[in-house]
Design a protein around this ligand. Structure first.
Ligand SMILES: Nc1ncnc2c1ncn2[C@@H]1O[C@H](COP(=O)(O)OP(=O)(O)OP(=O)(O)O)[C@@H](O)[C@H]1O
Length: 246
């Protein structure tokens, strides 16, 4: 595997909010056909890393490449399916189908009409997450787990080469978790890459576990079960401010 084959390549990344460092010296790789889990306590920087990887937060220093290109020059967003935490999405008037349909937007020029391939991808994605019968419901009226499954459908509809997911199983019932775990496993075995924040041990088969603590990588474990990883140091209840002495 050469560096050019990597889907995500982060080297010595530093990210800060308002001058306060949140990610420090973070390096991480995701290759095709590889599932990488991100773990760590609350406030350790997992969501910040995920949002940095999908270009939503700029990095202060270090290097971040997507599909071999520096993130600032990367524009082929249909290659990435992003699943944020559902609480980040506020769409009072959209239906479930409309939210899933937005996963097709990177395939089109602005205001392009959906075509047959779009409709097929959207139908299949809703079916995969078990929400075909809720397609015309308002997204806002769904339960937390159903909202999360809708956002997974949106990422599936994109038909990307890389999935980047922030706690996709949060609020999802155990039966649906099992189905989604198999679905993600099949996608990875089919060659997709997966970078996923997971608290649910065993919900998704992982090739590698990366543990963050106070914005630093403290452990990289080549084992499917993060419970086998080195115990992470206790996270300060005051987080970085405590570390910085502010
Ligand atoms: N927009 C923001 N502005 C300032 N600080 C932020 C912002 N977003 C996050 N932070 C801080 O950055 C640190 C890391 O937050 P982040 O959300 O990345 O953690 P996390 O590991 O995803 O936590 P959790 O498991 O609770 O979701 C925290 O100290 C948090 O308070």
């Amino acid at each position: 595997m050469t560096a050019g084959d990597l889907l995500v390549e982060a080297r010595n990344l530093y990210v800060s909010y308002g001058g306060i460092p949140v990610l420090r010296d973070v390096s991480l790789e995701v290759a095709p056909g590889e599932a990488v889990g991100l773990h760590g306590g609350n406030g350790s920087g997992k969501s910040t890393l995920i949002r940095t990887v999908v270009g939503l937060i700029p990095h202060v220093s270090g290097e971040l490449r997507l599909f071999g290109q520096p993130v600032g020059q990367f524009h082929d967003w249909k290659r990435i399916g992003y699943v944020p935490q559902h609480s980040a999405i506020n769409v009072p008037n959209a239906t479930v189908r409309e939210v899933a349909s937005s996963g097709r937007l990177p395939h089109h020029a602005p205001f392009g009409w959906p075509n047959r391939a779009d409709r097929r991808a959207i139908d299949e994605s809703l079916e995969s997450v078990g929400l075909s019968d809720r397609a015309d419901w308002p997204f806002a009226a769904l339960s937390g787990g159903q909202k999360q499954r809708t956002l997974i459908a949106r990422a599936l509809a994109t038909e990307p080469d890389l999935f980047v997911m922030d706690e996709p199983m949060a609020g999802v019932d155990l039966h649906s978790q099992e189905g989604l775990g198999h679905l993600l496993g099949d996608l990875v075995h089919g060659g997709a890459g997966l970078l996923v924040v997971l608290h649910e041990i065993g919900a998704v088969e992982l090739d590698r576990n990366v543990t963050l603590c106070d914005g630093r990588v403290t452990d990289v474990h080549h084992d499917a079960n993060p419970a086998h990883a080195t115990p992470e140091p206790e996270q300060s209840v005051f987080g970085l401010q405590d570390t910085l002495g502010t």
